[in-house]
Design a protein around this ligand. Structure first.
Ligand code: SF4
Length: 375
């Protein structure tokens, strides 16, 4: 009989599963090919604690300054029943309705999350005209466990169209913003759109009523004056859906691990690193901004071409280590059939580099066909 939940509990060492949120679910899309991350996330292992235990603590989360700025910006927008936020939304969503109802479901503790989710369902089921729902609570199934998610706001247009609203504190200057921050916000918004569509379907409504255009509200320039833009999150949603499905199969992969493998963080570091070595990783520089185990995996992968990034790894297919790449470039190693294309590329790169390093006069001569430096 398949006891996948039991296997996942064992992998965690019996401690409660680490709770996911939109940020951690969004991070699942950063390195979809990594089995190690998929297994650890499916089991709900506390990755920051694990990284710390094996001597490679990460450096995650927003700075205190960014958090304070973000909280201040959000509080300003939501003051007086979201008066300022509503003025921005009216513009970007073309909200013509003279009155827009406002419901604040408030923040609460873990014990009352279920009740707030119930209240969100009631409001969504009953909403008719233009409305704002503040502090709504949605759910999403992640590797067989229900995860509560809290978007900043849900906005209704008359006609029943819903939009997820994300408030971020990074600035939009002359219509431009930091692309990495915008894409991170888009993935988070995609998590909420997905959860909201599933809730609507559950309520018997058409999930397509939830727009794939999320509203991003940010400070304009260096002031705290707000501005809003629509962000199409369809691409992020399909990646996310794929990744969530993959997480379910990661639970099956976990079930194939030997019985002794566990990531119980009370174990000695050597046992934890031995357990990690049983699950294949796929390190890429992108891990540094998306996974708490990045410093460990980078260390483990040092000397491999993977540490140089996906484009290099793809271009050097079949050449796994930097040492091999250098030997192929220097012509001191005979390439295998699989490596022949990469080897030709490496030799050409080495030739160009050697030419570029020649003194200018010799470089000129080396470019004369048939002539070489000193001939
Ligand atoms: S840091 Fe390690 S575990 Fe995390 S995604 Fe990258 S390779 Fe996978």
């Amino acid at each position: 009989m398949n006891d996948t939940p039991g296997v996942l509990d064992r992998l965690r060492g019996g401690v409660p599963a680490k709770r996911h949120n939109a940020r951690t679910i969004a991070a699942l899309t950063a390195n979809p090919g990594c089995s190690r991350r998929a297994v650890l996330d499916a089991a709900g292992v506390d990755k920051p604690r694990l990284a710390e235990r094996i001597g490679f603590p990460g450096n995650f989360g927003q700075s205190r300054f960014a958090l304070a700025r973000g909280n201040g910006f959000e509080a300003m927008l939501k003051r007086d029943d979201c008066a300022l936020l509503l003025s921005v939304l009216r513009e970007v969503l073309h909200l013509a309705a003279p009155t827009v109802s406002y419901d604040d479901l408030g923040a609460d503790d873990d014990a009352t999350l279920g009740a707030r989710h119930g209240r969100t369902r009631e409001l969504l089921a009953a909403a008719a005209g233009a409305a704002l729902i503040d502090h709504p609570l949605l759910t999403l199934d992640v590797a067989g466990r229900q995860v509560f998610l809290e978007p900043d706001l849900i906005a209704f247009q008359a006609g029943g169209r819903l939009h997820v609203v994300e408030i971020k504190s990074f600035a939009i200057v002359d219509g431009q913003a930091d692309s990495a921050k915008v894409s991170a916000a888009a993935v988070q918004a995609a998590v909420y759109v997905l959860a909201l569509r599933r809730l609507l379907a559950d309520l018997g409504h058409d999930p397509a009523l939830v727009s794939h255009d999320a509203v991003l509200v940010c400070p304009r320039g260096f002031s705290l004056r707000p501005t809003a833009a629509l962000v199409d999150v369809r691409k992020q949603m399909s990646t996310l859906t794929r990744q969530l499905t993959r997480l379910a199969s990661a639970a099956d992969l976990a079930a194939t691990l030997p019985a002794g493998v566990t990531f119980d963080t009370s174990l000695p570091p050597e046992e934890l690193t031995a357990a990690l070595s049983r699950v294949e990783a796929r390190y890429a520089p992108e891990c540094l901004s998306a996974c708490e185990l990045a410093f460990y995996c980078r260390h483990e992968a040092s000397g491999s071409t993977a540490t140089l990034g996906r484009p290099v790894r793809d271009a050097l297919g079949g050449v796994d280590t930097v040492e091999e790449a250098l030997a192929l470039a220097a012509g001191t190693r005979t390439p295998t059939e699989e490596q022949s294309e990469a080897a030709a590329l490496l030799r050409a790169a080495a030739r160009l580099r050697a030419e570029a390093l020649l003194p200018a006069q010799d470089r000129g001569n080396s470019l004369i066909p048939g002539g070489g430096a000193g001939s």
